[in-house]
Ligand binder design. Structure first.
Ligand SMILES: [Zn+2]
Length: 275
């Protein structure tokens, strides 16, 4: 009987590793899962109190959230859904540390623990708060890129229905129709020379947000400038003089002051379905 239990535990452990390999959760998750299997057997045998298992399950949830953050906060390219998932993971990690800190503080207040013991909990709490801030700022950028992509999507749909229209959604300049990496680097250099700061590029070529919309944004660049702010006015003038194609968007949705940007290059195309 004892051997049986050991054997089934082993199978679970192997499965846990297989799941981990598939999702790429990382070593912390695999370790926490392995710990839980061992603890569960010990708790069931009455050798350990149940609270130990609960703590380990909490650690597993935390390791999973850490894996989400590793992929998103420090990853390259996010969709809006991934950005939301990232914020939720950072918030959960903060709440766990807040709970641990509150429990430790209660012990100090009750005179059971020394005040000095709070230091580590406070550090963890601060780190979790920084993680939340970082996640927030990344999510904000992702949402801005998504708003800009939405503006292009709205124009694309309008043009598909009525070619030649769409002037209300964006100002269009076809120029000589050519936009290459060389063209872009000339724009970048000229902007920086004029304003003494880098061109605020929000989407360089294709992004996860564009892919999620089924939009081929390869070879195009979005610049996070409102067409009517001084830098935007200068940029449109420069592009017109050099006959570089662009689209100037003043908003994503009429009446909403988001999604404004200048798109360099020809209009994006819709990706072929199934491709
Ligand atoms: Zn664009």
């Amino acid at each position: 009987m004892k051997d049986m239990r050991y054997f089934s535990g082993l199978i679970l452990l192997v499965c846990a590793h297989a799941v981990c390999a598939q999702t790429g959760d990382g070593p912390e998750v695999a370790q926490a899962q392995a710990d839980i299997q061992k603890l569960r057997a010990l708790v069931e045998a009455g050798a350990l109190p149940r609270v130990r298992l609960e703590k380990a399950e909490d650690a597993l949830a935390d390791a999973r959230d850490a894996a989400i953050l590793r992929k998103t906060v420090y990853g390259q390219d996010l969709t809006v859904e991934q950005a939301d998932e990232m914020i939720a993971a950072a918030d959960r990690r903060f709440e766990r540390r807040k709970k641990a800190f509150d429990e430790a503080r209660k012990l100090v207040e009750a005179g059971v623990a020394a005040k000095l013991s709070l230091g580590g909990f406070l550090q963890d709490l601060d780190r979790a708060r920084q993680e939340c801030d970082l996640a927030e700022s990344r999510a904000r950028v992702t949402r801005e890129v998504a708003e800009m992509a939405r503006a292009e999507d709205a124009l694309d749909r309008k043009l598909a229905l009525a070619p030649g229209e769409g002037a209300a959604l964006a100002e269009r300049f076809d120029g000589d129709g050519v936009f290459t990496p060389g063209t872009f680097s000339r724009v970048e250099t000229a902007f920086e020379a004029h304003f003494g700061k880098p061109l605020p590029v929000s989407a360089m070529g294709e992004t996860a947000v564009h892919r999620a919309l089924g939009f081929d944004h390869r070879g195009r660049v979005d610049v996070a400038l409102h067409p009517d702010q001084p830098e935007g006015v200068w940029l449109r003038q420069y592009l017109t003089e050099k006959r570089i194609p662009f689209f100037a968007f003043r908003q994503a949705v009429p009446g909403k002051a988001t999604g404004a940007h200048i798109h360099l290059g020809p209009m994006s195309t819709r990706m072929a379905l199934g491709g």
